[in-house]
Design a protein around this ligand. Structure first.
Ligand code: GUN
Length: 291
C-alpha cells in the first residue's frame, strides 16, 4: 500500500509555480493577481480564505482580500463583482462560498466574467470542461487528477467508481476521468444507488465524495484498489485541541491494507485544492486559457 502524500505534491507544485512567477517577473511581466471576496464571518470560510491569501504570497502572487459583512445586499455584491470584472490588474477572482441565504450563489457565480473565474464554477467553464475544451477546472477535481497523474496511477480502461454527484466534485471529476487521456470507465453512485457495495467491489479506482464519515468499509472494496478520499467532515473529538477531527468518507484503518494507493485525511486531496486555484490564477495571468 502506498500513501498518496497530498501535502508533498502540493509543495512541489507550489515550488514550480513560484519558479515560473520569478521568470515572469524577471522578464518584466505583470505580477499574477488573485482577488478573493468573502462575505460574513463563517469560521471555515475565514480559514480557507486565510490559507488562499497566504499561499499567494508563498508563490509570489499579489492577492487582494475583499471582506464584506453578512448584511451586504445581493445588488451591492454584484456591483463589487463587476468592479473586479473590469479591473485590469486582477487576473482572476473568487467569491468564497457559502454565501448568506439572501444572496443567490448561482446569480453571483454567473456574474463573474468566466475569463476570470479561476474557481471554474461558471457554467461556461463547467460546460467547456465537460466537452474537453480549454477552461478553468474547479479546484478539487483538478487536484484529484493531479495526484493521479503525479503518482502515475493507471486509469486507461480502469473501472472508476465515484460516490457522490455534487456539482463541485462528483459530476466534474466523473467528466474528467472519462475524458481522452485518462480514459477510465466511469460509474457514478449516489444516495439512490441500490447496489453500491457490489459496484464498489468491481472498482479499480474509487473516488469517495459523499460527505459521510467512514462510509466506505473494507468489505466494499477489492484488493489492489486505489482510493481517493474527498471527505472532510468535522467529527467531534476529545483527542484534539480544536475539539473536532477532520474525518474522510473512508474507514481508513481497515481499508488501507487492501489498497494499492490511498489518500489520507487530512493531507491527501485537501492540500491540492488551493494549489489548483493557484494554477488557474497563473493560467489567467498568462492568458493561456482565454485571451
Ligand atoms: N467553499 C468551499 N470550497 C470552495 C471553493 O473551492 N471555492 C469557493 N469559492 N468557495 C468554496
Amino acid at each position: 500500500m502506498q500513501l498518496i502524500d497530498g501535502k508533498f505534491i502540493a509543495d512541489q507544485v507550489k515550488s514550480e509555480i513560484a519558479e515560473e512567477v520569478k521568470s515572469m517577473m524577471a522578464a518584466g511581466k505583470k505580477q499574477p493577481h488573485l482577488a478573493v471576496i468573502i462575505v460574513g464571518h463563517d469560521g471555515g470560510s475565514e480559514t480557507y480564505v486565510a490559507h488562499k491569501v497566504k499561499s499567494c504570497a508563498q508563490v509570489g502572487f499579489k492577492s487582494t482580500k475583499l471582506a464584506f459583512e453578512a448584511d451586504i445586499t445581493e445588488d451591492e455584491l454584484l456591483k463589487e463583482i463587476d468592479k473586479l470584472n473590469n479591473d485590469d490588474d486582477v487576473d482572476g477572482f473568487i467569491v468564497q462560498l457559502p454565501l448568506p441565504k439572501h444572496i443567490s450563489e448561482q446569480k453571483v457565480i454567473e456574474a463573474i466574467n468566466y475569463k476570470k473565474d479561476v474557481d471554474g464554477f461558471h457554467p461556461i467553464n463547467v460546460g467547456r470542461m465537460s466537452i474537453g475544451l480549454p477552461c478553468y477546472v474547479s479546484a478539487t477535481p483538478s487536484g484529484i487528477v493531479e495526484l493521479i497523474k503525479r503518482y502515475k496511477i493507471e486509469t486507461s480502461g480502469k473501472n472508476c467508481v465515484i460516490i457522490g454527484r455534487s456539482n463541485i466534485v462528483g459530476k466534474p471529476v466523473a467528466s474528467l476521468m472519462m475524458q481522452k487521456g485518462l480514459d477510465a470507465t466511469v460509474t457514478v453512485c449516489h444516495s439512490r444507488t441500490k447496489n453500491i457495495k457490489e459496484i464498489c467491489r468491481e472498482a479499480d479506482i474509487i473516488i469517495a465524495a459523499l460527505g459521510k464519515p467512514e462510509f466506505l468499509t473494507a468489505d466494499m472494496v477489492k484488493d489492489g484498489v486505489t482510493i481517493i478520499d474527498v471527505g472532510t467532515t468535522r467529527v467531534p473529538s476529545d483527542k484534539t485541541k480544536t475539539g473536532f477531527k477532520l474525518t474522510g468518507d473512508v474507514k481508513f484503518d481497515e481499508v488501507a491494507p487492501k489498497c494499492a494507493f490511498i489518500t489520507p485525511v487530512p493531507g491527501g486531496v485537501g492540500p491540492m485544492t488551493i494549489v489548483s486555484l493557484l494554477k488557474n490564477t497563473l493560467l489567467a495571468a498568462k492568458k493561456e486559457v482565454y485571451k
